[in-house]
Design a protein around this ligand. Structure first.
Ligand code: NDP
Length: 332
């Protein structure tokens, strides 16, 4: 097996020299264990944020879709595909029965959804898909006719949130980082309006895009734009704080207008969440997202990078916004 080990803490953008690729000899399988071979590896924003907390050297974290190539566990036969948080590595020996209790998410069988790619197990039918599914519905609780605003709108979670908003009969406004992304959101995904946050005036965009003001805000990015959006909310609006990618790469935090007056005077409900809160309902989210996919109600794009040796480029590319939809790496 080959694996990435982080040996230097990130300073600004991650660099190839922050990692070593290490060869590892894997043990023979014991009862209950499986040997998997990675097919797709995930690059996600949390990797940039979480790795600062670890003592180094530390094996790189991350999800993958992998094929079972040896098995001593009848629930996971040879040839099946699983998703699991195995990290940036090519081969893994694990026991799925004992894994669940110790890790963020359980190991799941990835359903065959051909002609769609297996990589959907890392996106629409995986962790980001369930982040959108549960985060929007359980935290924002949108009602038909209400206005939802989502930032990071063209990414894996954001593009999914907006489409669920449309399924629920809401007005959906997105903010994303390029005109092409905004065109995709409006023309392909059915967003009512999408604005390029890098070039627009946020407050004017909100007036135009959300004439009845904002009832639900799904916050993927944090920072100043979030203060502006929360200031444009209706009384008793609901905010799902999902992430704050605008600050992950910045060693110096930018000055942000204080958000508390908007929260007080509009009596907002602001709640952070981690998607593993719903790990007991994981299949419900995957099955509903699959149903919507099959009904043509959910569309997706992926940015596919190629090669195990290019993991760092993929991570940096995603953080820079090269991706529309989920960013994944095809290992072979
Ligand atoms: P995305 O697919 O959205 O990729 C990241 C995107 O972030 C980029 O494409 C880029 O798009 C945007 N971005 C980068 N820098 C900035 C910036 N300075 N300001 C605004 N946008 C920026 O990633 P995910 O969908 O996987 O994740 C989205 C968010 O959800 C992240 O904050 C992540 O941490 C969070 N998350 C939280 C989970 C939870 O359990 N709470 C679970 C999963 C994700 P653009 O071109 O638009 O700038």
């Amino acid at each position: 097996a080959q694996k990435y080990v982080l040996t230097k803490h990130f300073q600004g953008e991650p660099k190839r020299s922050d990692f070593q690729i290490v060869e590892e000899k894997l043990p023979d399988l014991k009862d209950g264990e499986i040997l998997t071979e990675a097919e797709y590896l995930s690059v996600d924003p949390y990797m940039r944020a979480y790795m600062i907390a670890y003592k180094l050297p530390k094996d790189m974290i991350g999800g993958q879709v992998a094929q079972v190539i040896e098995s001593r566990n009848e629930k996971f036969p040879v040839g099946s595909y699983v998703s699991g948080e195995f990290g940036w590595r090519t081969h893994t020996v694990v026991n799925p029965n004992t894994w669940k209790t110790s890790k963020f998410l359980p190991i799941n069988i990835v359903p065959d959804v051909s002609p769609h790619p297996l990589s959907l197990g890392l996106g629409l039918l995986g962790m980001p898909g369930n982040t959108a599914y549960f985060g929007l519905q359980e935290i924002c609780k949108p009602k038909e006719g209400e206005t939802i605003v989502v930032t990071g709108a063209a990414g894996a979670v954001g593009s999914h949130v907006g489409q669920i908003g449309k399924i629920l009969g809401c007005r959906v406004v997105g903010f994303a980082g390029s005109d092409e992304k905004c065109e995709y959101l409006e023309k392909e995904l059915g967003f009512d309006r999408a604005f390029n946050y890098k070039t627009c005036n946020i407050s004017a965009a909100l007036k135009e895009g959300a004439p009845n003001r904002v009832d639900c805000y799904f916050d993927n990015v944090g920072g100043e734009i979030s203060t502006k959006i929360m200031t444009a909310m209706n009384k008793f609006g609901r905010v799902a704080v999902c992430g704050s990618i605008s600050s992950y790469n910045d060693p110096i935090l930018p000055k942000v207008t204080i958000v508390q007056p908007a929260i007080v005077f509009k009596e907002l409900k602001v709640e952070g969440f981690l998607v593993n809160r719903w790990s007991d309902r994981w299949d419900e989210g995957v099955n509903m997202n699959l149903k919507w996919l099959n009904e043509g109600k959910l569309k997706y794009q992926e940015k596919v990078y190629h090669g195990f040796e290019n993991m760092v480029d993929a991570l940096v590319g995603m953080l820079r916004g090269e991706n529309t939809g989920k960013a994944v790496v095809k290992v072979k």
